[in-house]
Ligand binder design. Structure first.
Ligand SMILES: Nc1ncnc2c1ncn2[C@@H]1O[C@H](COP(=O)(O)OP(=O)(O)OP(=O)(O)O)[C@@H](O)[C@H]1O
Ligand SMILES: [Mg+2]
Length: 476
């Protein structure tokens, strides 16, 4: 209303000024111009004043909860969203149903932008809005006479209720840090998540059963260790270093860890971070009960302090057409920055966190990075053993034993083959389980590999002999 009056008054004034321009001489025009300017100033003052006046006398108060705050995913926002989502089942008329994880059934979400809630006789309204770049905000409106009850206890109640619902049917999340050019002109890295639905578990993980049990016990002891860590005065965190050749189950084990403990995963891409302070912001923005993963640590961080660019990463970027110029992509995340976080801030804030590094080349890592205390447990994932093969045979063929197992056992002992390659051969073809055919395929693959590996050894031996022979010739 007020805005309309202001707009029409302005239009009339401009019309008046245009008419005056045509009719009156110059000095008179100037006097009128000054008069009009002062009238406009008074009008805009009046507009401002009237807004304040309305706000002052409006009986409603509004509180906004943003999805992100300074790179940080707002955990209160998530809890409130969950709380409002749960209200859907009994109150909202328009629902959206989705299935997140089979075991947890359908998830209902309200499809309405405005939800009314009641708490100890007080009515409040929630409204959700999305800004132009896709970030969400939840607005809470209530009568100002309820201010105390809303700010003192209602918001706390909503957040706690939301968190307990989250815990009950917790959907695990997979967070990734992506560079974005939305904020300001430079690229900034921030967390984005999707629901984590990896089926990996320790039962289907093919590795030495003893080692597996040891890792399982370690993880369970860690997750139940709140009082123990408090008692010994140590931050509640644990580091695991997973190393081994490609396809031996490092990433699969991380997924199995998350499923075992019901923790979310933060997949930290160091090559997308500009500097140590950005790294710090990202890491302190991670939530409790989470696993922070840095895959291929030897490729992401140059141990002299500068960064190496991962080949795969640069191809991905160029595929998306987002590859910036080289100068912009330079990163100053350093080994000491990472170590500072693990030892310093890490210990000061956040609880119940696991950090996992993976590498294909243990020898390339700086000892400082992997010393005990930082990485508490070093886990080697190696080529497939017969024990591991038996687990894969059970997973893929539902098989406990078979006459061909003997032949496979002796071939596996003599051949270096990753579990991923064994699994590839055991996967059912044409949707039919052909046990015999799959085992024979594997035997053939093992025999081919054995031959190649033997030839490589021979070539290596020949080269060595050649070198010795040349050295002799030089001598005589
Ligand atoms: N130990 C294992 N137990 C069960 N499945 C496995 C195992 N190792 C590999 N696989 C299978 O092979 C696929 C590839 O394994 P994964 O990605 O975990 O290997 P990785 O060690 O992380 O390899 P990279 O070093 O290349 O990242 C998985 O999807 C899984 O199906
Ligand atoms: Mg991997």
């Amino acid at each position: 209303m007020m805005g309309d009056t202001f707009g029409s008054s302005m239009a009339s004034l401009f019309f008046l000024w245009a008419t005056i321009q045509q009719i009156f001489p110059n000095h008179f025009k100037i006097a009128i111009k000054e008069f009009l300017i002062s009238t406009i100033q008074q009008l805009s003052f009046f507009q401002r004043f009237s807004d304040r006046f309305i706000n002052f006398f409006s009986p409603y108060v509004e509180i906004a909860f943003s999805e992100f705050e300074d790179y940080r995913y707002n955990q209160a926002f998530a809890a409130i969203e969950t709380y409002l989502g749960a209200k859907a089942t009994d109150k909202a008329k328009h629902l959206r149903a989705s299935q997140v994880r089979e075991s947890k059934g359908l998830v209902l979400k309200r499809d309405e932008t405005r939800v009314r809630d009641e708490y100890e006789g007080v009515s409040v309204w929630w409204e959700n809005a999305t800004d132009s770049i896709g970030f969400k905000t939840l607005k809470l409106t209530f009568h100002r006479r309820s201010r105390d009850i809303v700010t003192d206890s209602y918001i706390k109640y909503v957040v706690e209720e939301g968190k307990s619902i989250e815990d009950k049917n917790k959907k695990m999340k997979l967070f990734t840090n992506n560079p974005s050019s939305h904020w300001g002109s430079s690229k900034t890295s921030f967390w984005r998540y999707i629901d984590f639905e990896h089926p990996a578990n320790f039962k289907t993980l093919a590795m030495d059963p003893k080692k597996k049990e040891e890792i399982l016990n370690d993880l369970v002891a860690f997750s139940n260790g709140k009082d123990y860590y408090k008692k010994i005065g140590k931050a509640w965190k644990r580091g695991y270093l997973l190393y081994g050749p490609p396809g031996t189950g490092k990433s699969t084990m991380i997924a199995a860890m998350a499923n075992l403990l019901n923790y979310s995963i933060y997949d930290l891409e160091l090559t997308a971070i500009r500097n140590n302070s950005e790294l710090k912001k990202l890491l302190t923005a991670t939530s409790n009960k989470s696993i922070i993963v840095i895959e291929d640590i030897d490729c992401s961080l140059d141990l002299t302090g500068k960064r190496k660019k991962k080949e795969s990463n640069s191809t991905n970027l160029s595929k998306d057409g987002q590859q910036g110029n080289e100068e912009e992509d330079k990163s100053f995340v350093t080994l000491s920055g990472l170590l500072n976080f693990i030892d310093g801030i890490w210990s000061a804030c956040g609880q119940e966190r696991i950090i996992v590094f993976t590498t294909n080349h243990l020898a390339k890592l700086d000892p400082a990075l992997i010393r005990r205390g930082r990485m508490d447990m070093h886990i080697e994932l190696s080529y497939c053993t017969f024990e591991a093969f038996k687990i894969l045979a059970k997973n893929y063929l539902d098989l406990d034993s078979h006459p061909l197992f003997k032949q496979i056992e002796s071939l596996i002992k003599e051949t270096k083959i990753a579990p991923a390659d064994v699994a590839e051969n055991l996967m059912k073809k044409n949707r039919e389980i052909d046990v015999e055919g799959s085992l024979k395929d594997l035997i053939q693959a093992l025999e081919r590999r054995k031959k190649v590996q033997r030839d490589q050894v021979d070539v290596h031996k020949d080269k060595k002999k050649d070198k010795i022979f040349k050295a002799f010739r030089m001598l005589f």
